[in-house]
Design a protein around this ligand. Structure first.
Ligand code: PLP
Ligand code: ZN
Length: 441
């Protein structure tokens, strides 16, 4: 069937592929050069996006509002629960902090992916898109390797689409992530090793049983789903932020944002790329190491292919435990192109960040999101932000799948046996303690 809506173009050699049908048939790689990275191109002109981004608040339903620019042929195949239409909050407590401590006038925005209805992470848009594509192509079995959140999101949306999923997950994954997949009747293969082993076994399983496997950070369905965040910022804010801060494992975020921006670059809606500030957890930061080395050496020829591989990284943030950063050759140059940075946040401060955010906003952020918010503090310390910048922090997940983090957030609890021990409190009294790890005084 000739696809009249979109086609793929190989990122490396420019070969044209006729959509997902041919893509799946050819083992999800370019028939000419075997590259796994393709860009989806649409026949329709993107000027139609202008009407879409003028939608009022209540009229927006899901990322599929952007159906004309998504790689799906028939609306009947949409698998959605309303993901992708999430608020951008302004976090003035961080603006005041930047002003007071660093004399910077910043706008600080929080992109509330924790409010996505599927599984409460920023993987929901990618999974909804992937599930819709798989449904459209009659796929009944699928597999994915994941550190946790993508597994949950795929398990959820594929179950909605009636598709069976096998998830390969590292042995240090959160138990709640395993439970979140298993409860839908989807299979969990907990591998005796790290994420690299999970990826290896998933690939072998895919091959052995001839079952399609998710293409990872550059999977076209995932990238197309996530690119809609650019359109959403334009719809909600009227602009694309100057700086985008995200916790980094593989980096689908910047890849997708860059794709969305490229599509609309001739429409006069955006005048520049956001600077990508990618934040790794201190327990697993191979991309920061590679970035720092490249920077120290003035980005020598081939720098983007020079990165370390950490076996079985020890981190308290299992979701970010990607020790083999195969996407560094993409993420490194994207950060460089936009004047961004790859930095590390001390993950031991994660709980303190989570308490601070809960105290100031009532939002209970999850482990990976503590790294993103922590990255804002680290960025201030390193002098990365400039006065006047509008900074958007991706709150990629809430705390719901990390009961350990929630337990750690307890700090006002007292054991009592007598009424004389029960004095009224003023919660403002805790403010100083909460802020102490982050203030100079
Ligand atoms: C909440 C959250 N933030 C950040 C990341 C890292 O995403 P990426 O692999 O696209 O860098 C993940 C990955 O699972 C995540 O779940
Ligand atoms: Zn090619």
């Amino acid at each position: 069937m000739q696809n009249q809506k979109f086609y793929f173009e190989c990122h490396s050699c420019g070969e044209i592929i006729n959509g997902f049908e041919q893509w799946f048939e050819q083992g999800q790689k370019c028939p000419s050069c075997s590259s796994k990275w393709v860009d989806v191109r649409y026949h329709q002109n993107f000027s139609g996006i202008k009407t879409m981004i003028n939608k009022k608040e209540g009229d927006a339903k899901s990322l599929f509002d952007y159906f004309d620019f998504l790689p799906l042929m028939d609306k009947e195949n949409i698998v959605s629960e309303g993901e992708g239409i999430i608020p951008v909050d302004q976090w003035s407590f961080l603006e005041e902090y930047a002003k007071k401590e660093y004399k910077l006038d910043l706008t600080v925005l929080a992109y509330r992916n924790d409010l996505n209805p599927g599984t409460g992470t920023f993987k929901d848009v990618a999974a909804a898109m992937a599930a819709s594509v798989l449904k459209e192509h009659g796929v009944k079995q699928y597999c994915v390797a994941s550190t946790g959140n993508i597994a949950n999101a795929f398990a959820h949306y594929l179950a909605l689409a009636g598709i069976s999923l096998a998830v390969f997950i590292p042995e240090d994954a959160l138990q709640s992530n395993i439970a979140g997949v298993s409860c839908y009747g989807q299979r969990v293969f907990k591998v005796k090793g790290d994420y690299s082993l999970a990826k290896k076994l998933a690939a072998e399983y895919s091959q052995k049983h001839n079952i399609l496997m998710s293409g990872g950070n550059i999977d076209p369905a995932r990238v197309e789903g996530k690119k809609t965040q650019v359109f959403e910022w334009l719809r909600q804010l009227g602009y694309v932020p100057d700086v985008y801060v995200q916790a980094l494992a593989g980096g689908t975020g910047p890849i997708a944002i860059d794709k969305g921006l490229t599509e609309i670059k001739d429409l006069g809606l955006v005048d520049k790329d956001p600077r990508y500030i990618m934040v790794q957890a201190s327990g697993c930061d191979p991309m920061t190491a590679a970035w720092n080395k490249a920077k120290e050496n003035n980005f020598p020829e081939g720098w983007e292919n020079d990165f370390p591989i950490y076996d079985s990284p020890k981190t308290r943030i299992p979701t970010l435990a990607n020790g083999n950063p195969q996407t560094f050759p993409i993420i490194g140059p994207l950060c460089k192109k936009t004047g961004g940075e790859i930095i590390t946040f001390n993950e031991d401060l994660g709980t303190k960040i989570a308490r601070l955010v809960a105290f100031e906003t009532t939002v209970k952020i999850g482990p990976a999101a503590t790294i993103a918010v922590g990255g804002f503090f680290e960025g201030l310390k390193q002098g990365i932000f400039k006065s006047g910048e509008r900074i958007l922090i991706n709150i990629g997940e809430g705390v719901q799948r990390s009961p350990d983090l929630l337990d750690d957030m307890v700090y006002t609890s007292l054991e009592v046996g007598h009424i004389d021990e029960c004095d009224p409190i003023d919660r403002q009294r805790f403010k100083e303690t909460i802020w102490k790890p982050f203030t100079s005084k």
